[in-house]
Write a protein that binds this ligand. Structure first.
Ligand SMILES: NC(=O)c1ccc[n+]([C@@H]2O[C@H](COP(=O)([O-])OP(=O)(O)OC[C@H]3O[C@@H](n4cnc5c(N)ncnc54)[C@H](OP(=O)(O)O)[C@@H]3O)[C@@H](O)[C@H]2O)c1
Length: 188
């Protein structure tokens, strides 16, 4: 290969990869919701589904998790193996092992400053509502029951979102409900 060919290949690769390094930003929502979209009550989850916890860990591991202050306080410790960013309006608020942002956009910018191109928004209801218009992917664990809650996931608008994957699982001694892992992608 002569120098000109080398130069052209390098130039080509540079131009192809440039948008990735400059602009690519993937915002994923990760949620478990009942069929009536309830996700929590009294600042707690509504179920214990070990396979969903495993799925959540695998999906978010080594990345950034952005959450509202109430969700952080319901867990009450940073999630290990992930960069934890907590959103609060309270300028005094802090917790060891977390970065603090004062709105959702600031949280996303903080993740970018830390060189992450992808973020997982992990709740709760207030934060999902604000993140939904910005999101590219929703990993929804649909729990096949209707449960009373005080916090809800927004309705997924099927004119805007397409269900591209769905895997069904059945209740067993460790899982009180049937559930499905769903991957929704925003229609561009
Ligand atoms: N099933 C699931 O997948 C799932 C996932 C996560 C959470 N949950 C459940 O969801 C419930 C918590 O959700 P939630 O809606 O009550 O609370 P949340 O969204 O976790 O947190 C709300 C708080 O975030 C801060 N915040 C939100 N938007 C903000 C903005 N634009 N600027 C600055 N601060 C902002 C405020 O904190 P300050 O008040 O400090 O200003 C607000 O009070 C719990 O029951 C939890 O268990 C369920």
């Amino acid at each position: 290969m002569n120098e000109i060919e080398n130069f052209l290949i390098e130039r080509f690769l540079f131009l192809i990869l440039l948008p990735y390094f400059l602009f690519l930003r993937m915002i994923t929502l990760v949620v478990a919701a009942a069929e009536n979209n309830s996700i929590g009550k009294n600042n707690k989850l509504l179920w214990h589904l070990p396979n969903d916890l495993r799925f959540f860990k695998n999906t978010t591991w080594a990345g950034v998790v952005i959450m509202g202050r109430k969700t952080f306080e319901s867990v009450n410790k940073p999630l290990p193996g992930r960069l934890n960013i907590v959103v609060t309006a309270n300028k005094e608020w802090k917790a060891a092992g977390t970065l603090v942002a004062h709105d959702l956009q600031q949280a996303i910018d903080l993740a970018e400053k830390e060189n992450f191109k992808e973020v997982s928004v992990i709740g709760g209801g207030e934060i999902y509502k604000q993140a939904m218009p910005l999101a590219d992917i929703i990993y929804m664990t649909r729990v096949h029951t209707t449960i009373e809650g005080d916090t809800f996931f927004p309705t997924i608008d099927t004119a805007e979102w397409k269900l591209n994957e769905k895997n069904d699982f059945y209740k067993d001694e460790k899982h009180a409900y049937d559930y499905s892992f769903e991957k929704w992608e925003k229609i561009k």
